[in-house]
Design a protein around this ligand. Sequence first.
Ligand code: NAD
Length: 285
Amino acid sequence: MSTILDGKALAASIRGKIREEAARLPRRPGIAVLLVGEDPASELYVKNKAKDCVECGFLSQLFDFPDTVSEEELLGTVSKLNADPAIDGVLVQLPLPACMSERRIIEAIAPEKDVDAFHPLNVGRMVHGDSLLWPCTPSGIAVMLDSYAIPVDGKICVMVGRSDIVGKPMGLLLLRRHGTVIYCHRHTPDLAAMTRQADILIVAAGRQGLIRADMVKPGAAVVDVAMNRDPVTGKFTGDVCFDEVKDIASFITPVPGGVGPMTRAMLMQNVLTLAKRHMGLLPGA
Ligand code: NAD
């Protein structure tokens, strides 16, 4: 039986430390969240973020737009927030409606307020290895690996999924920590042959039941990023068949309660980091 990577408990303890640190700052860290449309999942994420902000003692502002909002209006709001000294981080809840250019909106966020680290300048810094911030999901996973003393240096790390927000930056982070990284995706011909090599297996495909027991190396650390809604039970499940894999892996994340809470905690950490930099308490202000 593997050790369960308890993201929920770890995230709660991180939020406690963030709150203590924020209370010592000259002003409250502030985040603005832009939400467009009425996607229930996005609404829930935004509600949870607001709750976390209250717990951490942050200022949080929600800009809730109908899906008829124009790109120009969104860009105008981003521009005002870029200039607002009370706001340290600007977050655009993705996905945006299909008719909008996500890239155009993200690129309008001032790089020093880009709390998700999605702006091309910050992505470039990640590639160079000198980024102040990392996207929340990969950094949450890295903190979780550290907390459970799971080494990356010299290990074979297999990343299933290559999205801009999870897979790609996660692979870069592992590479930075001297892991040997293999990216897998829809075009990978023999996924099992790759995953079976992994000392650290991170899965973010959004395909329920994708990773079976015979695809996992005994003793591997398995991190399941996915949040799939089970069509029968309606509950959230990951991509990994947890009940099978838990007896083979040395460490495994549950879904829910693993990566999700860590992602939320890292958003708070990123707001705090940006706030400290804006207050001149970190280099690069
Ligand atoms: P995405 O759809 O942008 O990317 C999915 C990736 O998986 C693609 O690169 C695709 O090539 C790959 N893929 C799909 N099917 C595959 C298969 N059969 N074999 C190998 N690779 C395959 O998704 P995303 O935004 O990266 O999110 C992935 C999952 O993680 C989703 O379930 C999402 O809800 C979840 N997610 C969770 C968190 C969290 O905090 N827990 C954060 C972000 C995303």
